[in-house]
Design a protein around this ligand. Structure first.
Ligand code: ADP
Ligand code: ADP
Ligand code: ADP
Length: 213
């Protein structure tokens, strides 16, 4: 399966991804994670992306399209993939369709993580991440056994620098202005499934499973 997860920051894309990935044996491509790795490694791409990311603005289409073009050609992604956080603009969606057309494939489903903005600040400011695995916790909704410590490895958890109420505002603004049109773009192709992303994680998982069966 070739899937796209679309939703605002904090809507639960990263929480649901590992479950979908394991169930369908897909590769998980999260442009945010890839960009953060490039920033941490101070690669030329990371240096270009950092300023926009810190402010909660989107980075340029060319940057992320290049990353995805390379990633979806990898052998491990030939059976299918989950795109998490890409495409975020209509231009990115059009470029993606062109890449897939060259492979003779297309997107099977777009999962729309629908949720009100009002809930997201609490989710984002309480988010804790284990960077090495991508495991995500929440100080109130999904706390680790020991605060600040990953349950599996015992390593430290981090909070993302852009997970503040202030940067969230501009991330949400980018979402509504630039990413919501992507949902309309795929609606016209009749591949969008609506999820109630404000429900508890397990209920969201079963909605995902229903929409993919
Ligand atoms: P979240 O999952 O919380 O919405 P991400 O981790 O996906 O956030 O993205 C973090 C930042 O990386 C974004 O605010 C943006 O600056 C950049 N980014 C990630 N994916 C894209 C993309 N497809 N196009 C442009 N910028 C992106
Ligand atoms: P995204 O990848 O879409 O930015 P995450 O999956 O990282 O979002 O979730 C954001 C925060 O909200 C995390 O701290 C996560 O533990 C928590 N969370 C995820 N799904 C739910 C849910 N259905 N109900 C309550 N909290 C959730
Ligand atoms: P900075 O070092 O610029 O303050 P952050 O505080 O945002 O960066 O992140 C610290 C480290 O955690 C970085 O190495 C970054 O790549 C990594 N990181 C942040 N968020 C994630 C994530 N969701 N998944 C994987 N790694 C992450």
């Amino acid at each position: 399966k070739r899937l796209i997860l679309i939703g605002p920051p904090g809507s639960g894309k990263g929480t649901q991804s590992p479950i979908i990935k394991d169930e369908y044996c897909l590769c998980h491509l999260a442009t945010g994670d890839m960009l953060r790795a490039a920033v941490a490694a101070k690669t030329p791409l990371g240096l270009k992306a950092k300023e926009g990311m810190d402010k909660g603005e989107l980075v340029s289409d060319d940057l992320v399209v290049g990353i995805i073009d390379e990633a979806i050609k990898k052998p491990s992604c030939q059976k299918g993939f989950i795109l998490d956080g890409f495409p975020r603009t209509v231009v990115q969606a059009q470029k993606l369709d062109e890449m897939l057309a060259k492979q003779g494939t297309k997107i099977d489903k777009v999962l729309n993580f629908a949720i009100d903005d009002a809930i997201l600040e609490e989710r984002i400011t309480g988010r804790w991440i284990h960077p090495a695995s991508g495991r995500t916790y929440h100080s109130k909704f999904a706390p680790p056994k020991v605060p600040g410590v990953d349950d599996v490895t015992g390593e430290s958890l981090i909070q993302r620098k852009d997970d503040t109420a202030e940067v969230l505002k501009s991330r949400l603004e980018s979402f509504h202005r630039q990413t919501e049109p992507v949902i309309d773009y795929y609606s016209k192709k009749s591949v969008v499934a609506q999820l109630h992303a404000d429900k508890p994680p397990k209920e969201v998982t079963s909605e995902v499973q229903k929409s993919l069966s």
